[in-house]
Design a protein around this ligand. Structure first.
Ligand code: C5P
Length: 222
């Protein structure tokens, strides 16, 4: 059980990371947020002026980038070249461009290699878009989390308001739709439910209910 791998995939803002984090805590597993890795590279590319359409340029940038996902007193943090960029990678500027960076084959190959490296012989919960299909094809548990676009936008909107961030519900819906469209239609490992994944529709479920459902599935497989 303590080397089990759990893959959680699904569209943007479906609550994957919140749920994955809780499931990992409950099981004392490590949690790997793969979206944060693509976000961190996007942030660095924007900062360094590398075009987000330049596959070779992005791959070379990634080759010269140290990325660490750590847990400290502030919670899960993303460290890029020794700098904590956890907040910077959640801005609208990064969120609305990350899918362009994530389209590139060479970038994905390197990211997948690093992600696989992180989980050797460990109990892990990993979330993303291609975990069950490419990163951990042999994961014991594969979950595909979905929710309607309206529900996902409402959740994000509420979160923004709570954090005191400006937020426009219709704009959020549009951004989520657009990101899903790029992620689902790209040539390399598009967002798709793995054949052996269990679909969990969280539209009318609370976080604890989703966590409970997933833990139930894990228990059955253990
Ligand atoms: O999960 P999150 O919303 O932070 O992911 C940000 C973006 O990173 C996604 O919209 C997608 O373009 C990309 N991504 C990916 N493959 C993953 C995780 C994230 O392509 N495994």
């Amino acid at each position: 059980m303590n080397t089990m791998t759990i893959a959680i995939d699904g569209p943007a803002a479906a609550g994957k990371s919140t749920v994955a984090k809780r499931v990992a805590e409950k099981l004392s597993f490590i949690y790997v947020d793969t979206g944060a890795m693509y976000r961190a590279l996007t942030w660095k590319a924007i900062k360094e002026g590398v075009s987000l359409e330049d596959e070779k340029g992005l791959k070379s940038l990634l080759n010269h980038t140290e990325l660490n996902l750590i847990k400290n007193e502030l919670g899960q943090r993303v460290i890029l070249d020794q700098q904590d960029v956890s907040d910077q990678i959640r801005t609208a500027e990064v969120t609305n461009q990350v899918s362009i960076v994530a389209k590139h084959k060479e970038v994905r190959e390197e990211m997948v290699r690093r992600q696989q490296e992180l989980v050797k012989d460990k109990g892990v919960v990993m979330d993303g878009r291609d975990i069950g299909t490419h990163v951990l094809p042999d994961a014991e548990v594969k979950i595909f989390m979905i929710a309607s676009v309206d529900e996902r936008a409402e959740r994000r909107h509420k979160e923004n308001i709570e954090k005191g961030f400006p937020s426009d519900l219709n704009q959020l819906k549009e951004e989520i739709r657009k990101r899903d469209e790029i992620d689902s239609n790209r040539e390399v490992s598009p967002l798709v439910k793995a054949e052996d994944a269990i679909e969990v529709d969280t539209t009318s479920m609370g976080i604890e209910e989703v966590v409970h459902t997933i833990l139930g599935i894990v228990k059955e497989k253990a």
